[in-house]
Design a protein around this ligand. Structure first.
Ligand code: AMP
Ligand code: MG
Length: 418
């Protein structure tokens, strides 16, 4: 039967899978919770940033014409007529021959057109709390606009400042705050029901018995789901038995999942029931993808909910998530950037491959002005330790069978690698 299963290139399989996903509905969340979420609407600046012209320095707001020829020998001597701390405004209009003491971030008073830093004056700024002098000597010239941040220097009212689909980072949160956005419209988090299948698997709170191993994939996949903006729903382990598989799939539906994610039980083993059960209640495409690790991947719908069946081997499940599930989750959240940011790295050892598109576990580090990559030990797809040691995945394209040491190869950093 394997002969009838199509062998797809990774890009084709991903394209077919992603066709079935559309962005979830938007929701409004408090600004403080927005980091990691994906903006649902274009952000148009409601006002200028900065909203008013303000000082970039602690010093004296003056008219540039008054200080145009000021020097150490012939300082400009100005009357100090106002004091403008940050957060206050003053009515005083600065006339020729006058100055206002001003703090960084304080609004520039009318009449003034530049700020002379306090270091260029005779004012004893090192003494905290010292009161404003009656006159100030200015020792250096300044030109109009010097040390002033004009209104709209950063952002103009009405400007498009963030596109829908942008994944919000801490600096975006700060920026949205500057723009007065107490709530942000983001796409709802996808709910992902996760289960593992196999008679050999026991839950983490159960003791191991001969022939048994703990379920690793549920934890890896739940972490990946969360890292990529989803909500992970832990359903546990289904035995290699159609009734158990059906029961867990039904629980996934009841949990209002947007996606059901399983690992193992989808290949051609005699006890691989997941596929047949999904098919009874929906549809399932099963592909052999021309990739390593993780050739078999199942995709379909169970009672109208998208279902992705990843391979059982822990590294294959991880890579399968990377290639297929991560972009699907991002698409559900309306993200525009579904692809990883690839970088080129210098391969520090030769690699043999088998012609499939290959994702190897690597350690990359910056050395001698380049990114250098080495593999992390035994690359068998059951060996999770090699993935634990890795900080990157290294890509060997389809059709390539050997890559000499010293070649440039594509890598991307794993999330959370520091
Ligand atoms: P299968 O796809 O069921 O043939 O499983 C392939 C390999 O992955 C077997 O060695 C399984 O024991 C192992 N495996 C499957 N599921 C898990 C899991 N959740 N955690 C750890 N290993 C697993
Ligand atoms: Mg199995």
């Amino acid at each position: 039967m394997t002969q009838n299963v199509p062998l797809l290139e990774v890009s084709e399989a991903r394209r077919r899978l992603l066709d079935h996903f559309t962005p979830l509905e938007p929701e409004s969340i408090p600004l403080a919770e927005c980091v990691g979420r994906i903006l649902a609407k274009d952000m148009i600046a409601p006002y200028d940033l900065p909203p008013f012209p303000n000082s970039a320095m602690d010093g004296f707001a003056v008219r540039a014409a008054d200080v145009a020829v000021a020097s150490q020998q012939t300082p400009a001597i100005l009357r100090v007529v106002a004091d403008v701390p940050a957060g206050r405004t003053v009515e005083t209009v600065i006339q020729f021959g006058e100055a206002a003491r001003i703090m960084t971030g304080a609004p520039l008073p009318f009449g003034a057109d530049c700020v002379v830093p306090v270091e260029d004056t005779d004012f004893n700024y090192r003494q905290p709390g010292i009161s404003v002098p009656h006159v100030v000597k200015i020792y250096r010239p300044a030109i109009e606009g010097a040390n002033v941040r004009p209104a709209g220097e950063d952002v103009r009212q009405g400007e498009l400042v963030m596109n829908a689909g942008h994944c919000l980072r801490p600096q975006d949160a700060g920026f949205l705050s500057m723009l007065g956005q107490a709530h942000v419209s983001v796409r709802r988090r996808p709910r992902v029901a996760i289960f593992s299948s196999g008679d050999e698997l026991v839950e983490i709170d159960q003791p191991l018995a001969p022939g048994k191993i703990h379920d690793a994939n549920s934890y890896t996949l739940a972490g990946l789901v969360k890292q990529n903006g989803g909500v992970a729903l832990h359903l546990g382990v289904a035995a290699d038995d159609p009734r158990a598989v059906r029961e867990i799939l039904d629980r996934a539906v009841e949990s209002r999942a947007d996606l059901i994610l399983s690992s193992a039980g989808v290949s051609v083993g005699a006890l691989d029931f997941v596929r047949s059960v999904v098919e009874q209640e929906g549809s399932l495409g099963f592909w052999r993808v021309n990739m390593r690790p993780g050739k078999p991947i199942a995709f379909g719908h169970y009672r109208n909910i998208p279902f992705i069946g990843l391979p059982g081997n822990p590294v294959s499940a991880y890579v399968g998530f990377e290639i297929f599930v991560r972009p699907a989750l991002l698409k559900m959240q309306g993200a525009v950037q579904l692809e990883r940011h690839w970088q080129l790295a210098r391969l520090m050892e030769p690699i043999e491959s088998d012609g499939r598109e290959t994702y190897l576990r690597a350690i990359v580090r910056f050395k001698d002005d380049e990114i250098q990559a080495r593999l992390t030990g035994h690359q068998g797809s059951g060996n999770l330790r090699s993935l634990v040691q890795a900080n990157a995945l290294l890509f060997i394209p389809s059709g390539v069978k050997s890559v000499p040491s010293g070649s440039l190869v594509r890598i991307f950093l794993l999330d959370g690698a520091v």
